[in-house]
Design a protein around this ligand. Structure first.
Ligand SMILES: O=C(O)CCC(=O)C(=O)O
Ligand SMILES: [Fe+2]
Length: 237
């Protein structure tokens, strides 16, 4: 039944508004990117062994507390489809940011071409992942850099229900410029996605373009269990 697969899951979203929010804040929310059933099916993959290439216990690496697992190729069809559908919407924004930051990098229109570039540079391992946080867990502020090739935007999807499956565990972004550092909490419901800056973004002001350094993390989960999926577009070296 190819008809469902032919529908573009990115199409229902307000890409003019998303671009404006990315420019203003470095992140944007895509409400209801996944259904509750899709969220539950993805979270249910976590305990399985097959389909993943590795598991990371965050406390062992100083990344926080909690754990995550990287998917192996081939990705679950839903994530493969979303990664390919979201990339072409984000590539023009990535290219404009690159130009504004006076960087030479330009991103191809299609994910397959960008991944070929990653693989030729030795970044061959898939980066999409599922994260799992229990009571007391958190994710330290970080940037998901896995080698020289970096696609400057990434996506996280909340699979659990805030206030029901878990308490706390807010998605947090920080932004550092010459003028100081600030933080923003991004409220998400189950199935919502946040598209956000991986490491740096331009901000136009009175004195031209400034470079803002961005990090993301997750506040402490006060109770329950919180699962997310992360879609990173560059692969890992
Ligand atoms: O669990 C989250 O909300 C954030 C996960 C994360 O760091 C990522 O997807 O890169
Ligand atoms: Fe991350």
């Amino acid at each position: 039944m190819p008809s469902a697969a032919l529908q573009d899951p990115a199409a229902p979203h307000d890409w003019v508004g998303i671009e404006a929010s990315l420019d203003a804040h470095g992140h944007a929310v895509l409400p209801g990117l996944l259904t509750a059933a899709q969220c539950e099916a993805l979270a249910a993959l976590y305990p399985h062994q097959e389909g993943f290439r590795s598991r990371v216990v965050m406390a062992r690496h100083g990344f926080g507390r909690g754990e995550y697992k990287y998917f192996a190729y081939p990705l679950p069809p839903l994530l493969q489809e979303l990664r390919h559908a979201l990339y072409p919407r984000l590539a023009p924004i990535a290219n404009r940011w690159s130009h504004q930051l006076s960087l030479a990098t330009r991103y191809p229109d299609r994910l397959d071409s960008f991944l070929r570039r990653c693989h030729a540079a030795g970044q061959t391992r898939p980066t999409p992942l599922i994260l799992r946080y229990g009571e007391g867990d958190h994710n330290c502020l970080h940037q998901d850099l896995y080698g020289e090739l970096v696609f400057p935007l990434q996506v996280a999807i909340l699979l659990s229900r805030p206030g029901r499956d878990f308490e706390g565990g807010e998605f947090v972004m920080t932004e550092r410029s010459g003028e100081g550092q600030r933080a923003e909490v991004v409220p998400l419901d189950q199935g919502d996605a946040v598209v956000f800056t991986v490491h740096q973004r331009p901000a136009s002001g009175r004195r031209g373009v400034r470079r803002l350094a961005m990090r993301h993390g997750v506040g402490r989960v006060h109770a329950g269990l919180r699962h997310t999926v992360g879609l990173i577009f560059h692969d890992a070296g």
